[in-house]
Every structure is written in C-alpha cells, then in structure tokens.
Design a protein around this ligand. Structure first.
Ligand SMILES: NC(=O)c1ccc[n+]([C@@H]2O[C@H](COP(=O)([O-])OP(=O)(O)OC[C@H]3O[C@@H](n4cnc5c(N)ncnc54)[C@H](O)[C@@H]3O)[C@@H](O)[C@H]2O)c1
Ligand SMILES: O=C(O)C(=O)C[C@@H](O)[C@H](O)[C@H](O)COP(=O)(O)O
Ligand SMILES: [Zn+2]
Length: 370
C-alpha cells in the first residue's frame, strides 16, 4: 500500500459553477464523509450504490444515515471495476430503486471508484428522468476526475461510455481517509489522470511528480490541484460544447485499448499509453517540442504506468477510435498539445501520420501496413 499523507489539514471546498446548471462544491479532506448525513437530511430515502470492495463502508454509511439523519437508507451492491458499467447492472440498480420506492425528493449516493460514480450518476440521471446524486469517490482517479463534472455513463460492446448523460451531482465528498485501503496499483492508475491534468493545464503537478513519482509525498496537493483544473474546465463548458474536450487528452487511443482489451485494462493504464501516443502525434502534427513529448514517457514510466502496447492491434484500435465521441463523420479528432498547458485539436489527421505516432508506443510492429 502507498501511505497517504494528510498535508491538507483543513477541509478544502472547490466550487464547480456549471453555467445554467445547479452550482456545487467538491469537498476535500480527512473525514468529510461525516458531512453526508447533513447533506441528505430531510430526504425520506437514500440509495447507496457501492462496489463489493466498499461493502463495509456502505454498511456504515447506511447505519449512520438511518440512526442520525432519519433517512431510510439502502445499500445497492454492484461488481468491482469496469464490470459495473453495464446495462445489466444499471437494470439491477433501477429494479432496486423500484423496490425501495425512491421518489424525486430522494437521493442516490455513489460510493466507490470511477466505475461506481459513473454508474450511479447514470442511474440517478435516468431514474424518474433525474434524481439527485451525491458522489463519494474513494479512488484517486474518481476524486480528481470521474466524480467531478457530471459525465455519467456505461459501456457497450461498441466502446467506452457510449451511453450516458450529463448529470451534475449535488455535492462531491472526497474523503482522503478512504484512500488508506486503496491498492498501490489503483493509486498509479489515478495518477495517470493527474499527469494528464499536468500536461494540459497545471505544470506544477508535473514538478511535484518529478519530485516523487509515487505520488505519496504530495498526494493531497496533487488531488486538490487536479480537482481545481477539472472544476474550472467543467464550469466553463459543462456539456462539452468545446473546451471540455481537452479533458480527453490521451483518451482517443486509451479508450480504444480498453475496448480491444475487453475492458480488462485499468482506465489509467490505457490513457497512459494514449498520452504517449498523443504526445508523439502532437510532435508530428503541431510541433510539440521533443523534450515535452519525451517527458510523457519518462514521467509515466517512473510513476509505474505502461507506455507501450501491441503493434499487431493497430487495425482494431483504428476501428475502435472511429466511434470516439470526438469523431465527426469519417474524421477522427484528437486532443493535441502545442506546449505544456496549451492544447489544440488535431482534426482529421491522415492514417499514415497516426501510424507514425503509433510507432512510438508499439515496440514491435506487425500485422499492419502503412
Ligand atoms: N465521468 C468522468 O468524467 C470520468 C473521468 C475519468 C474516468 N472515468 C471512469 O472511471 C472509471 C475508472 O475509475 P477507477 O480508476 O476509480 O476504477 P474503479 O472504480 O474500477 O476502482 C478501482 C478498484 O478499486 C476498488 N476500490 C475503490 N475504492 C477503494 C478503496 N477506497 N479501497 C480499496 N479498494 C477500492 C474498486 O472496487 C475497484 O476494484 C473508468 O470507467 C473511467 O471511464 C470517468
Ligand atoms: O470529464 C471529461 O470531460 C473527461 O473527458 C474526463 C475523462 O478523464 C474521462 O475518462 C471521461 O469519462 C471520458 O469521457 P468520454 O466523453 O470520452 O467518454
Ligand atoms: Zn479519463
């Protein structure tokens, strides 16, 4: 396990102000899960959607809400990991909400990693055409990214997150104490989104990770900085009409790897490879300097994330990338980097260029031609 230092002694509240939609805060600190009762007090019912790994925490939350907030709380358990983001599991949750009799005055609570907050958000967005959701992320990845900003959804056979809705939460509670049980491999996966945030916006993040690539020495600060960037981007463009697309840096290839791997790769691992590819594409297409491009591979390797993938999977990856939400007609679109903190759209690059960029992550190519 990676030890979690708690340098953020005080609770930090980071505002998300999505224009036209209800404003909310991301609350970050040790023990902030204790605020949940106050947040949902006055509701009749609450449904706590959680993964197997969070069963004990969910049971404690349910008991606390019943005893201290006079809320009829119920736990709904879903599978661990990406297997939660399936239509079948959403259906299981809708059936459970039906049995509970959850009304529009009641609330869904998403307790777990990004797979659970994505699922719970989608269930809340669709149940009765929309009920409130409070997100309680328990992984680094969910705190810095998935639980913030209202993107919710599930996967289909065709690809990642292809069904979903924008549904902003009532509040996001990031309790640093929950991270003490998080395996190191999951911390590393979360650091991939942290690195993404460093390259697209806040360069201090990259320096902090250079200082300690395990993330342990600066974890609360890394989480806070990443949330601030996400909150800022989402506040300006909650429904991805434009600028929000920058949060997809590394995701076009990353999501394709997840699909080709049958959703068996961690999200952070897949977008780590995706960022090395995106950096190389940026070098070739928009003149990103070689040192910044190389910094991707160096930093991500030192964090302990993968930076290479199989050459023979290129045709399948290209097919998978065509259903990416950024695609327009036959044109693939990528988020590129002109310099650290300066994103650009790489619109409709030709396949030859994509293959050249892919060579940066495929040590032995094979099975595909230029
Ligand atoms: N909606 C968004 O904006 C957004 C942003 C980024 C990622 N995502 C999505 O998030 C998902 C990845 O999230 P993730 O990395 O959190 O994965 P995850 O939800 O699969 O969690 C990782 C593993 O850790 C376990 N776990 C969770 N909290 C724990 C804790 N405190 N202690 C011990 N074990 C714990 C989980 O049960 C799971 O097995 C992907 O589906 C990705 O597409 C969504
Ligand atoms: O919040 C966003 O916007 C993002 O793109 C954040 C990503 O890290 C995240 O993985 C998101 O789920 C990707 O969304 P998608 O629209 O590409 O499915
Ligand atoms: Zn992501």
């Amino acid at each position: 396990m990676v030890s979690v230092q708690t340098r953020v002694a005080d609770v930090v509240r980071i505002p998300v102000r999505p224009g036209g939609e209800r404003p909310y805060d991301v609350v970050l600190g040790e023990g902030v899960l204790g605020d949940l009762g106050e947040i949902v007090a006055g509701r009749t019912r609450a449904a706590v959607i959680h993964s197997v790994a969070l069963r004990a925490t969910a049971e404690a939350v349910v008991a606390d809400l019943r005893a201290n907030a006079e809320v009829e709380a119920y736990a709904i358990e879903v599978p661990d990991g990406e297997r939660a983001k399936q239509l079948l599991v959403a259906g299981h949750c809708w059936d459970a909400l039906g049995r509970i009799g959850l009304t529009r005055d009641d609330v869904v609570i998403g307790l777990g990693g990004g797979t659970v907050t994505d699922l719970a958000g989608f269930v809340a967005a669709s149940w009765l055409r929309g009920v409130d959701v409070v997100q309680v992320p328990t992984t680094v990845l969910a705190m810095v990214d998935a639980a913030v900003g209202g993107k919710t959804g599930i996967d289909t056979d065709a690809g990642k997150n292809l069904v979903g809705a924008f549904h902003q939460p009532l509040t996001v509670l990031c309790d640093l104490a929950t991270l003490t049980s998080l395996p190191a491999v999951e911390i590393r996966s979360g650091l991939a989104e942290v690195v993404k945030t460093g390259f697209i916006a806040d360069g201090v993040i990259l320096d902090l990770l250079d200082d300690d690539p395990t993330g342990a020495a600066h974890l609360p600060e890394l989480i806070e900085r990443s949330i601030r960037v996400k909150a800022d981007v989402v506040s300006g463009d909650p429904r991805e009409a434009g600028r929000r697309e920058v949060l997809n840096y590394g995701h076009t290839l990353g999501h394709a790897i997840e699909k080709v791997e049958g959703f068996g790769w961690r999200h952070g691992a897949a977008i780590s490879v995706g960022m090395v590819f995106a950096a190389e594409l940026s070098r070739l297409a928009v003149g990103l300097d070689g040192a910044t491009a190389d910094r991707h591979r160096d930093l991500l390797s030192r964090v302990g994330l993968p930076v290479a993938y199989r050459g023979d999977r290129w045709p399948a990856l290209l097919d998978a990338m065509r259903v990416d939400k950024k695609s327009r007609g036959r044109r693939l679109r990528f988020i590129g980097l002109a310099a650290q903190g300066e994103t650009v759209i790489v619109d409709g690059p030709d396949v030859g260029l994509l293959i050249s960029a892919y060579e940066a992550v495929a040590p032995e190519r094979g099975g595909w031609a230029r």
